[in-house]
Design a protein around this ligand. Structure first.
Ligand SMILES: CC(C)(COP(=O)(O)OP(=O)(O)OC[C@H]1O[C@@H](n2cnc3c(N)ncnc32)[C@H](O[C@H]2O[C@H](COP(=O)(O)OP(=O)(O)OP(=O)(O)O)[C@@H](O)[C@H]2O)[C@@H]1O)[C@@H](O)C(=O)NCCC(=O)NCCS
Ligand SMILES: Nc1ncnc2[nH]cnc12
Length: 289
């Protein structure tokens, strides 16, 4: 995406920058969806472990979110509080559900990417270069944790987080997205610098995230055994050389089919890959990411 590859425009209030950020967020969701193989997940090649979603559902969904990403970026730039970000996020969830006729494609991404857009807004108006992960932790970490402890909703994620005592999407955000900044991005950059293709870099980044993440979608569908199976598969893939192994594509496809046979779907890992691609694009961390 050429516009996104442009040098950053210093003035956050500039509408071009808002547009650039919103387009990068939508583009990251699109690139995540297109990536294949991606175990158990929807791509243009197949629907993975899903009966109710296909590539077209994701395209409708991500397109519907373009104004949301612009709005939450601007909210961050004017130092909006967490309550305002949450209102924008909830409205975006409603927009997504209208676009997909009720299918939850991007609830996690609305939260993760939304917070990262807001953090970028804040960073763009700061006097000094600022660390995005630190902005998330310092600005909204306490509110995220507070909202977590108050939430008694019966969402899949909430039930799973309580049952298995894991942090889920909120834990990841409150900690400053360690799976994005400490795993997804360094992996993406390393593979590109080693002359890996864009697809190989994204694939390796996805496996690296999945190997480490407590993905509540996996826990919801298949419990601790499902999560363990998925993480072990990813760890083996990486230990066998990952995308540097001669047969890596075949191996990744095998893992994909094994996930589909077990109905496993690492949706949280997919969201964090999208977040990784977004950060790489807006900060130009990984060349041609
Ligand atoms: C803060 C919320 C988003 C929290 O929601 P919830 O209580 O549900 O908690 P989590 O499960 O922890 O997270 C929700 C989604 O986040 C993704 N995710 C999962 N694990 C992680 C993780 N460790 N780190 C980061 N992100 C993670 C995942 O999203 C993807 O999967 C969704 C599809 O899931 P599901 O509906 O269960 O679909 P299926 O598996 O297909 O179900 P079945 O078919 O089996 O029935 C999809 O959305 C992907 O994106 C988790 O699902 C929320 O409560 C909230 O507050 N939202 C509004 C506020 C907001 O957005 N604010 C924005 C800025 S503050
Ligand atoms: N490509 C994908 N397939 C299924 N669930 C997802 N959640 C986020 N991205 C996804």
């Amino acid at each position: 995406m050429e516009a996104i590859g442009m040098a950053l425009i210093a003035n956050a209030a500039h509408p071009l920058r808002t547009q650039q950020v919103a387009r990068a967020a939508v583009r990251a969701l699109y690139d995540e969806m297109c990536l294949y193989p991606k175990p158990g997940l929807v791509s243009k090649t197949d629907n993975g472990s899903h009966d109710d979603m296909q590539a077209a559902t994701f395209i409708k969904s991500l397109f519907s979110l373009r104004h949301y990403f612009a709005a939450i970026y601007e909210a961050g730039a004017r130092n909006a509080d967490f309550a305002e970000l949450t209102r924008l996020g909830l409205a975006a969830e409603a927009t997504m559900l209208r676009a997909t006729s009720g299918v939850n494609t991007h609830r996690g991404a609305i939260f993760n990417l939304g917070l990262l857009c807001a953090a970028l807004g804040k960073a763009d108006v700061a006097d000094e270069p600022a660390d995005l992960a630190q902005i998330v932790v310092d600005s909204w970490g306490a509110d995220i944790k507070l909202a977590d402890s108050k939430d008694r909703s019966s969402s899949h994620g909430n039930l799973v987080c309580r049952k298995y005592a894991v942090g889920g999407a909120r834990g990841e955000a409150a900690a400053g997205f360690p799976h994005v900044f400490k795993i997804g991005l360094p992996t993406l950059t390393a593979i590109r610098l080693a002359d890996g293709s864009v697809g190989a870099a994204r694939c390796q980044s996805f496996f690296a995230i999945m190997a480490a993440l407590e993905d509540t979608n996996l826990l919801h569908r298949a419990g601790v055994e499902g999560l363990h199976y998925a993480r072990t598969s990813a760890i083996s893939f990486l230990a066998e050389g990952g995308v540097f192994a001669a047969n890596w594509l075949q191996r990744a496809k095998q893992i994909h089919h094994a996930f589909v046979a077990r109905r496993l779907s690492p949706g949280g890992s997919a969201d964090l890959l999208a977040a990784t691609l977004f950060i790489a694009a807006v900060t130009e961390r990984a060349v041609g990411a």
